[in-house]
Each structure stands twice: as structure tokens, then as C-alpha cells.
Design a protein around this ligand. Structure first.
Ligand SMILES: [Zn+2]
Length: 257
């Protein structure tokens, strides 16, 4: 069944129908979902979803958008919550220079990114990275940590060139592919998908964001993943069933499930 490695069901976009929607996943072919914590607020909400739904796992971490609000206490809390038996990764962590242009903000983001990479290493867990308009700095930090030994990771919503993809793939990391692959202007990402070995691709939605065509711009959910699966199948010249099977296997292996 389909494995969604990256969704945000704690988001307020799901407040009106969260339970009905999540209860409909299994009958729509969605077998497993990782709810990825993005904000400091989302930490407890992610744990609540993991405890309520047997098929929901959690990634615990804080997004670069909230880096400036993080303290030592936040890092301690992440470490504590990662002890939960259904916590499978540290994320989403990384750098976002698209929404944050100031040099000072970049330094804060880098510090919190490093601090959370340290936690992933200590806890022997894979990481999930968000990187936007910060290709070089992200790559340098990931490279540095990979040299010291890490436990795998996913570059979520990969948005860079094939050349940068090659660097991550050579380090043994995986690329999270979602709705963007169906967008008409996503030529660069389709090249990356054609190039990447099938064993290093995992499915993701980033729900409620990035709904695939024909729902682009609307609220996304894991139930839309068949559109992404079909596009990957076309690009790789394999069947949709094979895409689902291989990406599920990849996700289980990476997240130790
Ligand atoms: Zn996300």
C-alpha cells in the first residue's frame, strides 16, 4: 500500500474533518503516513496523532521557519519526544532562504539545523530535510554530518538540479517526490526523477500543501498520491503497482518499520 513519508495532518487546514479524512485512508489504498512536525506547536500535536492512529508515525523536529523561536528547552523536548516508540525520524529540519533573506536569520537556521542533525546522530535516527533557495549551504552541512556517520535521510520536496541530486544520491540519501512532479513547469524535477535510482525515491505529499494536478492549489491529502505514482511510473517506464511497492519498501527500510 502507498506510504506517505511526509504530511502535516496537525495543520489547521484539517481541523474541520481530520478524523473523517484519516479514517478513510486505508480504504483508499494509503497504508502508512508519517506526520512530520514543522513548528514548535506541532510537536505535541504530532504525538497525539501517532497515538490515535495505528498507521500514523511521526517525525519530530522544528522547521527553519521557527528556528528563531527555538531554545535549549525546545531541543531537549525534541530529544524527549523522540523516545516515543512511533517516532521514526528527526524532521523537518533544514534551511529556508526563500522566506528568510537576512544573513542573521540564515545563521540562526544553520545553528538549529546542526543542533537537530546532532540529535539525529545521537538517537540513531534518519533525518528529513527541508531546503529552499539554500542549495549550497544545505549540501555543505549534510556532507559534513554524513562524513561523521548518520543513519540515512530524505531530502523532502527536492527542488534542485540533477547535479545536486547526484550529490545526495551518492551519499546514499533518498529524495521525497510529491505533487510537484505533476506540475506542467516541473521539467527539472522530472529530469531528477528519471535520473534517480528507484531505490532512492520515496513518496510524499506535504499535505495540506502541494496538491498534484488536477488539484493543484487545493488542499492536499495522502489520497491524491495515485496521481504522483502514475507520473513516476510513466517517467520510469514501470507500472504504478511497482512504484507503490518499491517506494513502500524503501520507506520501511529507511525508517526501520
Ligand atoms: Zn513539510
Amino acid at each position: 500500500m502507498i506510504f506517505d513519508t511526509h504530511a502535516h495532518y496537525d495543520d489547521e487546514a484539517f481541523d474541520a474533518d481530520r478524523d473523517v479524512l484519516l479514517e478513510s485512508m486505508e480504504s483508499n489504498g494509503i497504508g502508512t503516513i508519517v506526520n512530520v512536525c514543522a513548528s514548535i506547536d506541532g510537536l505535541e500535536k504530532t504525538i497525539a496523532l501517532m497515538e490515535k492512529y495505528p498507521f500514523v508515525y511521526g517525525a519530530i523536529g522544528v522547521h527553519p521557519d521557527d528556528a528563531d523561536q527555538m531554545t535549549q528547552e525546545t531541543l531537549d523536548k525534541i530529544r524527549t519526544l523522540l523516545q516515543h516508540e512511533k517516532a521514526v525520524a528527526v524532521g523537518e529540519i533544514g534551511l529556508d532562504y526563500y522566506w528568510h533573506k537576512e544573513k542573521e536569520e540564515h545563521l540562526i537556521q544553520q545553528n538549529m539545523f546542526r543542533a537537530q542533525m546532532e540529535i539525529a546522530r545521537e538517537e540513531k535516527l534518519p533525518f528529513m530535510i527541508h531546503s529552499r533557495e539554500a542549495a549550497e549551504d544545505t549540501l555543505n552541512i549534510v556532507r559534513e554530518y554524513m562524513k561523521g556517520g548518520m543513519y540515512g535521510g530524505i531530502i523532502h520536496c527536492f527542488s534542485y538540479s540533477k547535479e545536486i541530486a547526484r550529490e545526495y544520491l551518492n551519499m546514499g540519501l533518498s529524495l521525497g517526490i510529491g505533487g510537484v512532479v505533476t506540475f506542467q513547469n516541473a521539467r527539472k524535477l522530472r529530469e531528477v526523477v528519471e535520473y534517480a535510482p528507484m531505490e532512492q525515491i520515496v513518496l510524499e505529499t506535504d499535505s495540506p500543501y502541494l496538491a498534484p494536478v488536477p488539484f493543484r492549489g487545493k488542499r492536499n491529502s495522502s489520497r491524491n498520491l495515485p496521481y504522483v505514482v502514475n507520473r513516476i511510473a510513466e517517467l520510469k517506464g514501470i507500472t504504478p503497482e511497482e512504484v507503490i511497492e518499491i517506494t513502500e519498501k524503501n520507506a520501511r527500510k529507511l525508517l526501520n518499520l
